[in-house]
Design a protein around this ligand. Structure first.
Ligand code: OXD
Ligand code: MN
Length: 588
């Protein structure tokens, strides 16, 4: 039975939906309009089926817990493919499969998969309504949990259809949870067709196709043919007591504190400063007429990592999570209140763990390390008044970083745009629980885009070089590392709200007033340029995290050389030049 809940007719959309329906043979089709009534209906159906569990409606109104299949708790990069026509267009950092063969394999799995299920058609808009930079996607899915998440994460329903009108300009997403077997799980991207096919997972970035699949992999491939950038970056506004507003964006690998930084609340000692959040995960940049880079956040919500989130690390997230939120794979108290490691110093008694089993201290983690919250950006006290500006906001500084226990200093600034691209291209970071695989291994994660770049990473570097080099006022590029450890394995830098001290130096640099020392790897703050007033950090420790160890950097260069070599002939000469310039600086 097919029924339409919108008057709007779009022939391209109708054809897409009927083609997918012929393949998946659903029991019925449900067009999502994004209304409150629709959401209530879906939520109550999910509660009946046990897909969602009601949380304490007094303490967490309109909030629910979902437990995913224990085999399906993180992105699966080894099952994620870029199916460009030519293998060389996917490049060495992506899995590639020939598009027709991959489609045939997936079509087999999709054939009849929705026979006893409802097929949901979810139109979503990435970016502000009315913005020329926003894009429409249509995700077809048999997971009502995915629908509920997309409703928070995107501008979903009729608003997206209105933006689309009769055009065929939309990204197509076909998703089914299949049988949830990792043996029949695949996430395929067809950049030339702007098509995503995902089967066998209901989790996060594998299943909410708007996020990594559309807004990063497909969008980065589109951006490479046009004149813009699709990046794995937060966007944050910082307003000084004098009313000077500066926007900063930052790329950090998954589960490395991006959401904390994006929602940062200034600490007591910076209470005259204001922060404002545009986005915590994805930024689309275009060149402005003023020769600056402007950014929009295509998303409308956060799918944040829960463990470690607390009133100290992220008070704005905690405030935002008070209502209308979905929690995935967290633990729950006897009162029906969500809990995860790091939320409070001690776990409450009698928790139920993320598997739904009684939990006692010593039983491993109560919440999965990659457990998540889904919440609307509009509930965040720090939400920016410029969130919906159709031109976006002008970005003055871009940060790159990752978890690095040793070597990379707290902060350093590139000499110029191309050197900044080199810094971004060579980011080394410890792996985290956001993706299946070993945690804590250092890997190169260029611009935090290694798992998300939808085309050849060396072409991506060339694209970056081209974008900034053609602008008279591109953002200044910095590298930061909040994660340096001392010999006892303790963090040296306090992090969280105190990171604003580093951001202040960055703003000072952008405005031409921050003091710096030139080192072989870039500009580092002079000890007095970084505000450490009232901080509990010794001058030895401060020296340690601001120092450049030439011998260790020369070793790092060998790893970078190997990495560049592994990327093949397309690696831009400019980056090889940067490497040899760095080597001579370190040796001289
Ligand atoms: C995310 C990720 O979910 O990067 O944002 O994995
Ligand atoms: Mn991310």
């Amino acid at each position: 039975m097919i029924f339409w809940v919108t008057e709007m007719k779009n022939l391209f959309l109708e054809k897409f939906v009927s083609d997918v329906a012929s393949l998946t043979k659903p029991n019925d089709i449900f067009w999502c309009n994004g209304s409150e009534e629709e959401n209530e209906k879906l939520i109550s159906q999910m509660i009946k089926k046990g897909i969602l569990i009601k949380l304490n409606q007094e303490k967490n109104p309109n909030s629910y817990l979902h437990r995913s299949d224990p085999n399906d708790v993180a992105r699966t990069e080894h099952l994620t493919f870029i199916c460009s026509k030519k293998e060389d267009d996917a490049g060495p950092t992506n899995n590639w499969s020939e598009p027709n063969q991959f489609k045939a394999k997936l079509n087999n799995l999709f054939d009849g998969v929705m026979k006893t299920r409802t097929m949901y058609v979810v139109p979503y808009l990435m970016g502000p309504e009315g913005s020329p930079y926003s894009q429409v996607g249509i995700q077809i899915t048999d997971s009502p949990y995915v629908v509920a998440n997309l409703r928070i994460m995107t501008r979903m329903g009729n608003r997206a259809l209105n933006h689309l009108g009769e055009s065929n300009n939309f990204v197509k997403g076909v998703h089914s949870t299949g049988d949830l077997s990792p043996d029949r799980r695949y996430i395929g991207h067809f950049p030339e067709e702007r098509l995503i096919m995902s089967i066998g997972s209901g989790y996060g970035g594998n299943a909410l196709l708007s996020k990594k699949c559309h807004a990063l992999r497909i969008a980065s491939a589109i951006a490479s043919k046009e004149d813009w950038l699709a990046e794995h970056m937060l966007i944050l506004g910082l307003e000084s007591p004098d009313g000077e507003l500066t926007y900063i964006s930052g790329a950090f690998p998954s589960a490395s504190g991006k959401t904390n930084l994006a929602l940062m609340k200034p600490p007591e000692s910076y209470k005259d400063w204001k922060t404002s959040t545009i986005g915590d995960d994805i930024a689309w940049f275009h060149k402005g007429e003023d020769n600056r880079l402007w950014a929009i956040n295509p998303e409308a919500g956060f799918f944040g990592v829960a463990p470690g989130t607390n009133v100290k690390s992220n008070p704005n997230a905690i405030a935002s999570l008070k209502k209308n939120s979905i929690f995935t794979n967290v633990a729950v108290t006897t009162e029906g209140i969500p809990w995860w490691e790091g939320l409070t110093d001690d776990p409450p008694n009698n928790l139920t763990d993320w598997h739904g089993k009684p939990w006692k201290p010593g039983n491993g983690k109560a919440a999965h390390p990659n457990s998540r919250f889904t919440t609307s950006i509009n509930q965040t006290p720090s939400v920016s008044p410029n969130l919906n500006d159709s031109e976006g906001v002008p970005v003055s500084a871009m940060l790159f970083g990752g978890r690095r226990a040793k070597l990379t200093p707290l902060v350093y600034e590139s000499f110029n745009w191309v050197h900044g691209v080199f810094i971004g291209a060579t980011v080394g970071a410890e792996t985290t629980a956001a993706a299946v695989g070993k945690v804590g291994v250092i890997r190169r994660d260029p611009m935090a885009m290694r798992p998300f770049c939808g085309y050849h990473i060396a072409d991506y570097f060339s694209h970056w070089i081209k974008i900034g080099s053609s602008m008279s006022n591109p953002p200044r590029i910095f590298h930061v590392n909040w994660f340096r450890l001392d010999d006892n394995g303790e963090f040296i830098w306090p992090g969280f709200g105190d990171n604003i001290r580093v951001l202040k130096w960055i703003v000072d640099r952008v405005k031409g007033r921050g003091k710096a020392i030139k080192t072989p790897i870039g500009y580092i703050p002079t000890p007095d340029a970084l505000d450490t007033k009232d901080l509990d950090i010794s001058s030895n420790d401060l020296d340690e995290i601001l120092k450049v160890d030439n011998t260790a950097w020369l070793e790092e260069m060998e790893v970078i050389r190997e990495f560049f070599t592994s990327l093949g002939k397309k690696l831009p000469n400019e980056l090889w030049d940067e490497l040899s310039n760095l080597e001579s600086r370190l040796k001289s």
